[in-house]
Design a protein around this ligand. Structure first.
Ligand code: SAM
Length: 246
């Protein structure tokens, strides 16, 4: 997958050299290209922002700089990228959206600073590309770079060859299928007893059927306790309902 990011802080993306993301890049699964937006600003100060029309505090990022940058990046590849603009007013980023993006060959992220990008940029590229404005949560960050890191990590770990064990993505909280509306339950490793706390016996039984049922029951109970609204989204079997009631 090719990922382009245009930002005034390309150095913010150093974590993409670490751990799974770093390995995915080294293996060529992830081709990340970082661009300094200021390279498309031609005045002596490399200005990318200006005061907002209508007044008010803060600055707005200039459309002509973003337009030139996006045009050049788009022209540098085959086909058209899916463009993603992080903003608190966007569509909520979820595991389902991560899966949708993981199926794309090319993503272009446009993280803003200040009060955001002049809205005409989203109108222009919304008509030329598939463009999503996306929020990673109901809070306000200082800039979109951290949001891009979150999205890239969630998407890239779904690409074939990135996770050591591809099954772990299938068992995750929110994974489509059996876990779609569930939080994953508790996990344990050796030793079997630590400071008097025992690992649940069923996990030591070697009985795969019972272990699978226990895991589902724990996921259901945890979801019911912490995020009950998730359970309203899907159908529950009689066995599932029994687990929640117990
Ligand atoms: N004035 C804007 C508002 O109230 O919607 C917030 C601007 S914020 C200080 C600067 C940039 O950070 C945004 O343009 C966006 O790129 C990014 N950002 C902030 N919060 C975000 C969130 N929850 N999800 C995605 N991006 C966010």
């Amino acid at each position: 997958m090719r990922i382009d990011v245009i930002s005034i802080f390309p150095e913010y993306f150093a974590p993409l050299d670490v751990s799974l993301m770093g390995k995915a890049r080294a293996k060529g699964i992830l081709d990340v290209r970082l661009h300094q937006l200021r390279e498309w600003a031609h005045d002596v100060h490399k200005t990318v922002d200006d005061t907002p029309y209508g007044g008010g505090p803060g600055m707005v990022m200039k459309p002509e700089i973003w337009g030139a940058a996006i045009d050049d990046v788009v022209a540098s590849g085959e086909g058209l990228p899916r463009m993603i603009v992080p903003t608190p007013s966007g569509r909520p980023f979820t595991q389902a959206v991560a899966l949708e993006y993981a199926a794309e060959p090319w993503l272009l992220f446009a993280p803003a600073r200040y009060e955001g990008i002049d809205s005409r940029v989203m109108i222009e590229y919304g008509s030329r590309l598939r463009l999503d404005e996306v929020s990673i949560g109901d809070y306000v960050l200082a800039g979109g770079e951290a949001a891009v890191l979150v999205m890239v990590e969630a998407v890239a770990r779904l690409l074939p060859g990135v996770l050591g064990n591809a099954v772990s993505a299938v068992d995750d909280s929110f994974a489509p299928g059996a876990m779609e509306n569930l939080l994953e339950g508790p996990v344990f490793t050796k030793p079997p007893v630590w400071r008097g706390h025992e690992v649940p016996e069923v996990l030591l039984s070697g009985h795969h059927g019972k272990i699978a049922r226990w895991r589902r029951d724990e996921a259901l109970r945890r979801t019911f306790r912490k995020r009950p609204e998730l359970l309203e989204r899907g159908e529950l079997s009689k066995a599932d309902l029994k687990a929640i009631e117990s």
